[in-house]
Design a binder for this molecule. Structure first.
Ligand code: MG
Length: 203
């Protein structure tokens, strides 16, 4: 399986990082070794002094697809969850300055905690999903899927134009504003609507 992540999909987050608004989805990959499951703790890696959390809605792909049309895109995912796109912001900033890929800043081991997934059928409207992230008891990120620049359908259609989607692939759909650093002892909890689906302690 592969993990595909969308960058720059919420206007307020683009502003907070002073990035340009994209005209097509920006995406990158994380390897399967970046997955962190079962609410296991995240150990701060020694190579970065600035690991940021980014809470994102995550789609689970349920069938193989290539060149998927937007009108059929919704049939290619059957579960929605929430995950963290952990980012070594210090390393990413160096990559950005040098025009280099983001892989080491995004794809290191355990950089993609994911929580429990919910069946898509449980959602009345996937274009109207509330989610939020709590850090040490305080809400730090809060958004609705309607605020995305590129919708789930746009994203699936666009990615599948270049890369075949396969059953079990995960798509991180971008983070809203409020990203920030984590430190040892932090407790992260991610919710869709009022259900806590992911817990991650930072060690
Ligand atoms: Mg992200």
């Amino acid at each position: 399986m592969k993990i595909i992540c969308i960058g720059r999909n919420y206007r307020e987050h683009i502003k907070e990082l002073n990035s340009p608004i994209p005209s097509t989805p920006v995406f990158f990959l994380k390897p399967d070794t970046s997955l962190l499951i079962r609410n296991r703790p995240f150990f701060l890696p020694g190579f970065s002094k600035e690991i940021h959390y980014e809470a994102e809605l995550v789609l689970k792909i349920c069938k193989v697809g290539k060149n998927i049309q937007e009108k059929y895109a919704h049939t290619y995912f059957d579960q929605i969850g929430i995950g963290l796109d952990f980012t070594a912001r210090d390393l990413q900033n160096i990559s950005k300055q040098q025009g280099l890929p983001w892989l080491i800043s995004k794809g290191f081991d355990n950089a993609a905690p994911i929580g429990k997934f919910l069946p898509k059928s449980q959602f009345e409207d996937t274009g109207n999903i509330n989610f939020h992230l709590v850090l040490n008891g305080e809400i730090v990120q809060k958004a609705n899927s309607s605020e995305m620049i590129f919708s789930f359908d746009d994203i699936i259609a666009y990615i599948s134009h270049f890369i075949t989607l396969k059953t079990g692939d995960l798509i991180f759909t971008g983070t809203p504003s409020g990203v920030g650093p984590v430190k040892q002892g932090d407790k992260l909890e991610a919710y869709i609507e009022n259900e806590r689906l992911l817990k991650c302690d930072v060690k």
